[in-house]
Design a protein around this ligand. Structure first.
Ligand code: ACO
Length: 326
């Protein structure tokens, strides 16, 4: 990873602001999730535009021009349009043409899935420099009435990007990625509409019932998230002959501060070895890990040679982990 970057919209939405739209409170949201505020994109802001800003920061840090990028991977569950993928719009925003642009649809695990694809591309020599982005605009898809309060207080908007480049240095780079999915639980955390199985894809009835908003069984998601993220980290450590005590920094997907803290406890890590920023951004889904990574770099939390661990869990269910020698 030779460059990291992020972008979050300027507009800060506090818990107190949300309590003006729905029956909730700052105390409830903080206590249950750790979230204090999140960012919401303004009218006209696109995922492709936010992804471009994050990508430009990552490319600048890497000392590269956009033209050095050989392939684009973009993870999102909130694409700008039904098709084409947002990666195509990002490619255009960066002034690039001809190189492949692929959207990754693995929700909160999208960045880790994308990292696995990028790592494989680089390892086999297919592409030398890969731009990997996670981006979401959640705010336009949330039910901000009391009906949707269990979901809508959790999510925020943002983008994070990483530039990966081939290296001959055996002591540096992605050590492994481990990916999983369990489609049996797809409806525990999902957004039912629009649906191509429905004629038309959205009906007045579905709109009235709010079935175009995301929904979840919160407690089930919570339970699975803690177990699966912890397991995925242990799997990664075992595969590399390492122990939790070897981890210098764990960046867990930012779904709920309590989830991160329980994973931290299960792994026996001290607080200083886990990076959380959900307090300021909420859950930005595929963007949480790359935003956190870019912030961790800027805060000096990673030094050359450190062992970085990423872990994610999300809708699908999907989950996974990555170990990186920084
Ligand atoms: N404000 C006030 N009250 C609320 C709110 C709210 N925003 N949302 C729900 N409540 C109410 C409920 O209606 C319920 O009321 P009742 O007891 O009268 O029925 C009460 O608060 C308690 O609700 P619970 O669901 O029991 O609260 P819980 O402690 O489980 O916390 C939460 C809910 C925060 C959603 C938790 O279940 C959670 O974090 N789950 C996982 C979230 C998550 O990771 N989602 C996935 C997002 S996608 C991804 O990143 C994986």
């Amino acid at each position: 990873m030779v460059g990291t970057g992020f972008y979050v919209p300027e507009r800060v939405v506090t818990n107190d602001e949300l309590s003006r739209y729905m029956d909730t409170s700052d105390a409830w949201i903080r206590e249950r999730s750790g979230i204090e505020e999140r960012r919401w994109a303004s009218e006209g802001t696109t995922c492709a535009g936010m992804a471009r800003r994050a990508s430009e920061m990552a490319l600048t840090e890497a000392g590269l021009r956009p033209g050095a990028v050989d392939a684009i991977l973009l993870a999102t569950l909130s694409p700008d349009h039904a098709f084409p993928g947002t990666s195509a719009f990002l490619q255009r925003e960066l002034g690039l043409t001809g190189i492949p642009a692929l959207d990754v649809r693995a929700q909160c695990t999208g960045f880790v899935y994308g990292l696995s694809v990028a790592d494989a591309w680089v390892r086999v020599g297919q592409y030398r420099t890969v731009l990997l982005v996670g981006v979401e605009i959640q705010s336009t898809g949330l039910d901000v009435s009391t009906r949707g309060r269990d979901m809508s207080v959790l999510f925020g908007d943002g983008a994070g990007a990483v530039v990966l480049q081939a290296t001959e240095d055996p002591d540096r780079g992605v050590l492994s990625t481990h990916l999983h999915a369990e489609g049996q639980n797809a409806e525990i955390l999902w957004c039912e509409f629009e649906s191509s199985a429905s004629h038309p894809r959205i009906s007045r009835e579905a709109l009235d019932e709010g079935r175009h908003y995301p929904s979840m069984v919160g407690k089930e998601v919570f339970r699975h998230a803690v177990a699966r993220m912890s397991e995925a980290v242990e799997e990664a450590l075992g595969a590399n002959g390492l122990a939790a005590s070897d981890i210098d920094l764990l960046i867990p997907h930012q779904a709920n501060l309590r989830i991160s803290q329980m994973v931290q406890r299960r792994l026996g890590l001290t607080e200083g070895r886990v990076f959380n920023n959900i307090q300021r951004y909420g859950n930005t889904t595929a963007a949480t890990i790359p935003i956190a990574l870019a912030e961790a770099v800027r805060e000096g939390r990673l030094e050359r040679g450190d062992l970085l661990c990423l872990a994610a869990f999300g809708s699908g269910f999907t989950w996974g982990s990555a170990l990186i020698r920084w």
